[in-house]
Design a protein. Structure first.
Length: 331
């Protein structure tokens, strides 16, 4: 499965096209842009096609959620076992639960489970597309993406599913991949609200958009797509994916960048001729895990130091797909 770099908003979406777009987003991973909550560096959760419902390796199979210890060799535990797509695992702030999206009931809903895969709990139950959960730093709320009426917007709900989701972005552009800052003050997300294309990274307060809460454009790059923001543990920087690189025979390469939230200092962390995406800071702040796809269809997880040095590969499961990592905080 290749990363989709070209979701574009249509002014009128037929039922058939809308269903196709939902499928594209599901295959893209419905990736949450989680925050790196401070703490010790625990396990890395991610999704993989090596874990079908039968446990067999299958590059075209369903996505299951795994966790792996960060010490090499990368020992794995499979947490979900079904014929559906389980996507976008996001660790809770204390590292004892994982939120994720799944289409096991026929359409994508938000679920939580314990760190070991038990106590599965559905938080949403509807006929629309819910994805990309991200926890508040106190663990009491979850922000997520909902597709309704042809547009993707951000919603808030209680982390136990006890409240009706409340919409916090209000426009006809696509708002995706929310990430709640560890200090609780902001939510970062990617959006097409500037001219409809490409994606830019924005931040806003965790409350409904309005005159006193207007999203702030952080990346301001009009010719490249900036996606999947992830907060540093101190809430001062964002790591993200940017496709501002050169276009080659395989497509447009994408790299990992970091940027200060309150000012400039954009820094590229990877420089190569492949697709690097899904960056996630370690809870200690010293490292970043991300996904690499070399235009071959399979993808693997890599870790670098937060300054871009010391790159190492931590999964080696070709031809299957490993992606969408999130790092567990240990408190």
């Amino acid at each position: 499965m290749s990363r989709s770099s070209g979701l574009r908003r249509a002014t009128a979406i037929s039922t058939a096209l809308l269903a196709a777009l939902v499928l594209v987003l599901a295959l893209w991973g419905a990736k949450p842009a989680e925050a790196a909550f401070p703490g010790g560096d625990g396990s890395i959760a991610f999704v993989s096609t090596m874990g079908t419902s039968t446990g067999a390796n299958d590059p075209a199979g369903d996505f299951e959620i795994f966790v792996g210890q960060t010490s090499l060799p990368f020992s794995l535990q499979q947490l979900t076992h079904n014929g559906a797509e389980d996507l976008g695992p996001a660790w809770s702030p204390n590292g004892d639960k994982i939120a994720f999206s799944s289409n096991r009931d026929g359409d994508h809903e938000i679920y939580t489970m314990d760190a070991g895969g038990s106590n599965l709990t559905p938080l949403t139950n509807n006929s629309i597309f819910d994805s990309s959960p991200s926890w508040s730093p106190d663990g009491k709320r979850i922000v997520f993406t909902r597709l309704e009426g042809g547009d993707f917007n951000l919603y808030l709900m209680n982390a136990d599913g006890s409240s009706d989701p409340r919409r916090i972005t209000k426009n006809t552009a696509w708002d995706l991949a929310p990430a709640w800052s560890p200090d609780g003050k902001k939510i970062a997300f990617q959006s097409l609200r500037i001219g409809g294309s490409p994606y830019e990274i924005f931040t806003m307060k965790p409350s409904p958009e309005g005159r006193r809460n207007r999203p702030v454009n952080i990346t301001r790059h009009s010719t490249a797509s900036d996606e999947t923001p992830n907060w540093s543990p101190d809430s001062k920087q964002l790591a993200f994916t940017s496709c501002r690189g050169v276009v080659n025979a395989g497509g447009s390469n994408c790299e990992i960048y970091k940027v200060n939230v309150d000012g400039p200092n954009l820094t590229p962390l990877t420089r190569n001729n492949v697709i690097d995406f899904d960056p996630v800071w370690s809870p200690s702040g010293g490292r970043i895990v991300f996904t690499r796809e070399p235009f071959t269809g399979n993808s693997e997880l890599y870790v670098i130091n937060a300054d871009g040095s010391g790159e190492s590969r931590i999964t080696n499961n070709s031809p299957v797909v490993d992606q969408e990592p999130d790092w567990q905080p240990i408190n």
